[in-house]
Structure formats: structure tokens, C-alpha cells
Design a protein around this ligand. Sequence first.
Ligand code: APR
Length: 184
Amino acid sequence: METMVGKTKLSLVQGDITQQDTEAIVNAANTGLLGGSGVDGAIHRAGGSEILEECKAIRAKQGGCPTGQAVITTGGRLKARYVIHTVGPVWSGGGKREEELLKGAYDSSLTLAKERDIRSIAFPSISTGAYRFPIEPAARIALSTVRDFLRGHSFSEVRFVLFSEKDLQVYEDCWKELSSTQAD
Ligand code: APR
């Protein structure tokens, strides 16, 4: 699905985040920044050791990356020039600021991309894998956070890359709901 939000193309696709040709792709990292499985493992495998080296340099400078925040490294061998590593919350029932922290992960990634004049960015569905955030509320948070951010900024493209057809359908349904109830 593709639509325009102001001057920005918002696209929802099924695919592999490591194959995206946007200027930046977002990694669903952990606070330690030393890699993992899922998206994190795929990006480090496909992007190569340069990415990990820069993650280690960030760790040496500032420790890891707190939940809800983001850091940026080279894209290494990826098509994307940059990887923005953000850390989503682990779902623990909803009583521990998970919604706020997930929103923070998207906001921090978008803000960092703007600071670096990055024109296009691709997100995975943050926190909905190993971190077990239920995908429907996660999609609502992701899409509403991006929609609100785009009220004050524009990119050439913001892309959500869903790993499964089912997840893509959840995001598409969620966007239809959000954009039908959005006050103009
Ligand atoms: N491309 C796009 N989406 C993917 C890919 C991929 N190559 N691989 C997995 N996904 C999807 C998953 O299906 C899920 O919907 O990305 C979403 C996020 O899943 P995770 O990668 O498990 O991320 P998250 O839930 O945020 O957990 C992060 O897992 O890998 C570790 O180091 C990471 O500790 C961190 C935790």
C-alpha cells in the first residue's frame, strides 16, 4: 500500500528490511547494541562487521542505547547508507510505559534521521517479535507516531517493512482506520 502524508510517501510492504534501498533502515536492537536474532541478527549478517564496530564505539562512548532512544551507524554492505538502531520495550502486560517507550523508539529514529538530513527511512515492526508487543496496538502506535511526526516534517519516503503477509494486513487495516478517523 502507498499513500501520501503531506509531501511524504508512506508505504507499507512485505519484505526483508535488509534488502530495502531507502537511505536508512531501522534496526530493532537491544540496549547492549551487540547484535541479536530477528531483525538485529539479519542486519548485522547482511551489513557486515563495520556496523558492529561502530556499535562498539558507541558503547565505549555512551554505554549502550536506552530503551526508546536511537543511535546511528554506517549501513556497511547494505544498500542503505545508514542503520538507525533503536530499542523498543519488552512487552510485560502494558503497565510499564511500554506504549510510551515504543512511541519514543519511532520518534527518536525519525528525529535522528531528520538531524542527519536523511530523506528516506524503512522501519521494521519494532518490539513485535522477541519483545512480544501485541502487533495491533504496536501498529497503531507506530503509524500514529509517524503520522504525527509528519505534521511538522517531511521525507521523500517512510516505509514499513513487514516480514509476513499477516503483519502487513494488520498494518494496512490499522492505517485505514487511522486515516478514516483522522481529523483534517
Ligand atoms: N525484515 C523485516 N522484518 C523482520 C525481519 C527481517 N529480516 N526479521 C524479523 N522481522 C520481524 C519480526 O517478524 C517481527 O515482526 O521484525 C519484527 C521485530 O522482531 P524482532 O527482530 O524479534 O525485534 P523485537 O521484537 O524488537 O526484539 C528485539 O530481539 O533480535 C533481538 O537483539 C534483538 O534483543 C533484541 C530483540
